[in-house]
Design a protein around this ligand. Sequence first.
Ligand SMILES: [Ca+2]
Ligand SMILES: [Ca+2]
Ligand SMILES: [Ca+2]
Ligand SMILES: [Ca+2]
Length: 379
Amino acid sequence: MKRFFLLSISTACSISLSCLAKAQPSFAVAESESNNSFATREFLPSDTSTVDGQLSSEDLDFFTFSGLDAGSLFTAEITSDAFNPLLGLLDDSGSILAINDDKADDSVLSLITGTVPTNGNLNLAVSGLKDNSLTGDHFESGSYSLSLNTFTLPEPSINPTLINGGFETNDFTGWTTLGSTSIETAAFGSSPTEGTFEALLSTANITFADSILEAFLGLEAGSLNNLGNGISAQGSAIRQTFMAEAGDILTFDWNFLTNEVLVPPFNDFSFVSISSVSELADITFPSTVISQTTQFFQETDFQTVSFTIPTTGTYTLGLGVTDTVDNSIDSGLLIDNVKLHSVPEPTSVLSVLGFGALGAGSVLKRKQRQKAGQVKSSR
Ligand SMILES: [Ca+2]
Ligand SMILES: [Ca+2]
Ligand SMILES: [Ca+2]
Ligand SMILES: [Ca+2]
């Protein structure tokens, strides 16, 4: 299970990885019945991080975690080897705010993320498969653990230039991550376009609401919804802030992957932000092909983007992928070969890459990347 730690610094760390210092104070407690309704919920001691509980058929377990830092982010997660759980988040009047049955296409476990409300309390309910209205309508039973972690968004740091754009350190050195991110190799089924490693962002497992992604990337509230694919549900993102000079050309390769087949309205999409946010692809991307080798059903195959730095200064590159409407049916985004080409650069290099300089303020330009020896059929 992933643990969250309070972020203190830096360029090298992911806030979803355990590379950070200060862990929140934490301990585990055993569940005590009767806690079968919101009115009779179990108030856990302050700083409780884990409840070890037991669910029986038609049973519900309601809990309140308290003493949390208002405004911090949280991840609440159920693990169980015994049954198929469902997790609910409720407000202080007992109304359901969020329900999660399965956190990923390949997992029946449950996970909810969000922001701790101003009173520092979180009300959670554990139930079983498909009991979406928390009425005890299930036949699941067995032991489980409900764990809660809180953390804060990282402070921005600035790299003198873009670093580790190919992820060849086998980690996110130079980048900061939010949500479900990992370093992959050719074994993933879609090979890196540069070197041995590539980054994968996913809407499976730990993902965050669009408002949190926007805050993380320094985007205006509503930016992701304004891309026109529908209401962004939850996703993951990475970012890097660096110095660049006017005329420098930023390029990177990306491959959008998805298990979604029904559109509209479940139009998951991937995006890039630098001066503003732009879509990379959604599930209607014209050249989306059946994925023969990855864990996802479809992929766009690798594409290349270029962006000309309009004025000398500090830039934050953000890359992300999000579910649309609901957080079911996962999508992913592979990233590799992020480069900042200084000007002047030998024209032969740019020529080989096939990039033209884009005007100041121009939007990102997609360019089909030919992958020699990999021919896939269109849908
Ligand atoms: Ca109970
Ligand atoms: Ca489940
Ligand atoms: Ca690479
Ligand atoms: Ca989806």
